[in-house]
Design a protein around this ligand. Sequence first.
Ligand SMILES: C[S@@+](CC[C@H](N)C(=O)[O-])C[C@H]1O[C@@H](n2cnc3c(N)ncnc32)[C@H](O)[C@@H]1O
Ligand SMILES: [Zn+2]
Length: 308
Amino acid sequence: MNPLEKASKLLACVACHGSLQLHDDALQCEACQGLYRIIEGNIIVFSAVELSGNLLEKTMYGPEYDELIDQVAAAQGVSQKDTVALDFGCGSSLEVFTLANEDKMEIVFGLDYDLAPLQIVSRAAKKKGYDNIFLVQFDRDDIPFQAEVFDLVTSHQAFEHVPRPDLVINELTTKMKPGTIMRADFPNGHSVGELLRELFHRVNRSRNPHISMISLQRAKDYFSRAGLEVEGFDATYALRGPLVYFIEGFVLRFLFRKHKIYSVRNIYRKSFWFRWLGKIDSCVSRLFPQLGQAFVFVLRKPHASPEI
Ligand SMILES: C[S@@+](CC[C@H](N)C(=O)[O-])C[C@H]1O[C@@H](n2cnc3c(N)ncnc32)[C@H](O)[C@@H]1O
Ligand SMILES: [Zn+2]
């Protein structure tokens, strides 16, 4: 079975959850005959509506991210092993490549509602010879996969972008195999950085793409209601976060109208200030995790408890 055939077996019809049959450039539901397009050989488009720039919020990552992806993918080889991973809200993220190359990753899915970043990943994947990366374009909470297919689920800075993170977390959990892990990070909805961000968007009269404010307590509630156990937790960026927002958001974007700021971010991240603020951060975050700018969770889906 080639990787596309294998991937299509793991996906599910969004209308009736039926299995999908692979045709040349489409997947068809065996039950309701629903058709889903495959574009560029590895992007599966599930949205019923035609995508348009007006409909979809612009993501943070543009073509300039291509270059970064190239550098990282170039440093990595290609691997074909036996586990299946999903990166939820992958954007044009490097994470997909890291996963594709991690030991034992047979198939890596990146899911995002925005087609543009998925096309960037798709191009880069082909350029680097990865045939185990599949991109899924989908814009609802009920994720189009069969139950219990994933050995690993990751999500970086994406839960705050969805209207109902609780539903997404529940859905992701049902798609994980029992005993497997989810790694998720997202901003603390009650942090100084997020309050500054909201203020910035109000002053600027722009839309804050962070539509869900997830506090520490809320995150814990979402995960426990989904039946996930917290295996690891970290709160980061109590001080570095607001500084990044101030430099990037206010000084560069607002005052100087500069939007291509990756190089500035990289310089800042290598600086003395970043390192030292980081050391202070980890002390503050350990004592007061509620002050962190971002939360990192490692969660496990337990095996079903044995029948008594
Ligand atoms: C801040 S970006 C993070 C991207 C990537 N994970 C990274 O760390 O570089 C948030 C991503 O979530 C995606 N997103 C927003 N709403 C979504 C939804 N309802 N379903 C799937 N993805 C969504 C956006 O398109 C965007 O790519
Ligand atoms: Zn169907």
